[in-house]
Design a protein. Structure first.
Length: 459
């Protein structure tokens, strides 16, 4: 193969294992794995493979990887799983792996360790790295301080451009990627930033203070919620955001890869909580863990479902007189639930992204009610006509149409109202909102339809 082709990215990708390759090889024999090919394999693919193995198999597989590659793989894994794995391997190697991790990834892992293991491993680490991790552990993991990295490319304001470039050459051994330099004074107070591009294109004798950018959007404080930091980074299109204390001293930066993890985790968490699953639950969790997370919300769902049972029982004599009421009742419930779910999704997204404030709540509820009403009119008229064709009874069509319009109007209102109320009460709007929504839309659909049916069809 020509050298140009051999060095091509596509060719290099062919010379590494995919997730499916690892599954096949792993199921047969670890000894058949090519160490050189494995060394070129993506840490993410290896982490996915490891999550399917038991602890003993994971330990055996990790012996084929160097310490730096193991740290890259553990950084891709769930922090709880990587913590369990790090305590299962030899202490000397565990310490080397922890020291190879970036500070933010190391903190995620160490925070999941038992107190005894945490103290033991930190005591064996290099003093500077252990101290850095201990400082980061003092911050809430859901704040900017909890996700920031303290390893920052800084330069003092009293240097010239030429001196700063020479300083960057020395930083390359400690910092993997450098895009911007943070300009600080002698007390580490943040003064501004200068990009590498601007640094290289500036006159060598110019002072850094003359070429740095002083306006820094998105600066955050260590106790600021990490979701707010993620939104700020997206709003200002930043690669990273500096974290400073009350005096303006630079503590660290939150990088774009951390923000991607934050947004992905929050989106997954909200989706799972919306339907009553555990916020941090995954498909690889044990049966016991998942059952304990889900069952309480299923019991709440059982109680709300009995509200629908009670509503139907109230109209059982009317249903006995006309089975058509039972046939079309589910149609009204289904469309009402879907309408509410659409509104619920948009409302929760708006709250999560800070798209509206408390003063907008009434307007939002009325607006979503109007949307539900218009959709209900279109769907209601259509379902009414289809019902007449199906039953040859015009009053069935009128009942279905009217019930559909009323229930979809109410569903639009409720879909916006539930997350807003939960947010006002300081609860997570995503926490099983769908369960409460379906309880209300089902009961309202039953009561509205059967009341109209009793009045119009059984008159």
């Amino acid at each position: 193969m020509p050298e140009v082709i051999q060095n091509h990215v596509a060719a290099q990708q062919l010379d590494q294992y995919s997730f499916d390759d690892l599954l096949v090889l792993g199921e047969s024999n670890f000894e058949s794995i090519d160490p050189e090919k494995l060394a070129r394999t993506s840490p993410y693919e290896i982490s996915r493979f490891l999550e399917r193995l038991d602890l003993e198999e994971q330990k055996t597989f990790l012996k084929k990887l160097g310490e730096r590659q193991v740290s890259d793989v553990l950084a891709e894994m769930n922090a709880e799983d990587s913590a369990e794995l790090i305590t299962a391997i030899r202490e000397y190697r565990a310490v080397k792996i922890l020291e190879s991790l970036g500070p933010d990834d190391a903190v995620d892992l160490v925070s999941e360790l038992d107190e005894e293991d945490r103290v033991r491993l930190l005591a064996k680490m290099h003093a500077d790295k252990a101290l850095t991790i201990q400082k980061l552990l003092s911050y809430d993991p859901d704040t900017a301080g909890g996700v920031m990295t303290p390893i920052i490319p800084t330069v003092h304001d009293n240097l010239t451009v030429d001196q700063a470039i020479d300083h960057v050459r020395h930083l390359r051994h400690d910092i993997e990627n450098i895009y911007d330099l943070y300009v600080v004074d002698a007390h580490k107070h943040l003064l501004g930033t200068v990009s590498l591009r601007r640094l290289i294109l500036s006159d060598p004798g110019q002072p850094i203070a003359a070429v740095m950018k002083k306006e820094l959007p998105g600066i955050c404080h260590p106790n600021q919620d990490k979701e707010e930091v993620a939104r700020a980074m997206a709003e200002y299109n930043l690669r990273e955001i500096p974290v400073v204390d009350k005096s303006g001293k630079l503590l660290g930066v939150v990088t774009h890869d951390d923000v991607i993890d934050i947004l992905q985790a929050e989106a997954t968490e909200d989706l799972q909580k919306l339907h009553g699953a555990g916020a941090d639950e995954s498909i690889t969790d044990t049966i016991k863990y998942s059952v304990l997370k889900r069952t309480p919300w299923l019991l709440i769902n059982l109680l709300t479902a009995y509200m629908s049972v009670a509503a139907i029982a109230h109209f059982q004599s009317a249903i006995a007189q006309s089975t058509l009421l039972a046939v079309f009742m589910t149609l009204v419930m289904s469309l009402g639930g879907n309408t509410g779910a659409q509104t619920l999704a948009v409302s929760i997204r708006g709250l999560a992204l800070g798209e509206f404030h408390d003063r907008d709540s009434l307007m939002l509820c009325l607006k979503e009610m109007l949307k539900g009403s218009i959709s209900g009119f279109v769907v209601g008229i259509s379902s009414g006509l289809l019902s007449v064709l199906f039953t040859h009874n015009i009053w069935v069509g009128v009942t279905v149409s009217a019930a559909m319009i009323l229930n979809m109007t109410l569903s639009g209102l409720v879909g916006a109202f539930i997350p807003i109320v939960l947010h006002r009460l300081k609860f997570d709007p995503a926490q099983s909102s769908y369960i409460f929504l379906t309880a209300i839309t089902d009961v309202s659909g039953i009561v509205i339809f059967l009341s109209l049916g009793k009045w119009l069809i059984l008159k």
